[in-house]
Write a protein that binds this ligand. Sequence first.
Ligand code: CA
Length: 238
Amino acid sequence: MSEIILVVEDEISLQETLVYNLKKQGYEVESVGDGNAAIEAARRLHPDLLILDIMLPGMDGFEVCRVLRREMNTPILMLTARDDEIDRVVGLEVGADDYLTKPFSMRELLARVKALLRRVRLIRQEVNTVSTPSTETKPQVLTFGNLSIDLTRHELLVDGQLVALKPKEYELLVFLAEHRGQVLSREFILERVWGWDYFGDSRTVDVHMRWLREKIEPCPDKPSRIITVRGAGYRFEG
Ligand code: CA
């Protein structure tokens, strides 16, 4: 079965060139020209790879990347046109797996595509050898001691009891759980959980951490799960 690649590019001539060259390599290719269509197509196709331009009408490539990263682990190759975009792709960990700066040669693009797909195949093989083939590659319940987060039902259980969370508290908790053991700055958390368009300040993060602690810490005044790292941010211990 050939691999499916979704091309998101609003410059029609480049989009057509990409589609033509990828199809010639034997890939199944679908293309769209804006961010909303990209999300819709990715959800429908579950592509093996996404080639994503940053400057798009409507929702830009960063936002598309941020949304899709929460839902699937499809590798994303970003197409950048400016230096400040590269800074964001590399420095702020938008979740892209690789990037190419315009203009690029088709040969270079095809080499990157091949390398990314090979990486995915290797990871899938590893996953299949450690779990039964029928299970999802991503666990649907994250468990930390007496705490379990059900990713399918969007629920938090503490000691088996359902704990009500506001949507942002839930998103924040899942984000922390996915980055267990890492120190996360307030700015990074804001960017990833609240989004690029959010103009709040970092106290928003502190407030939500306090609410979360009240719900998941045995002793919220002496937190053992969500640790404050002075001058740096927060670390989730699990
Ligand atoms: Ca563009």
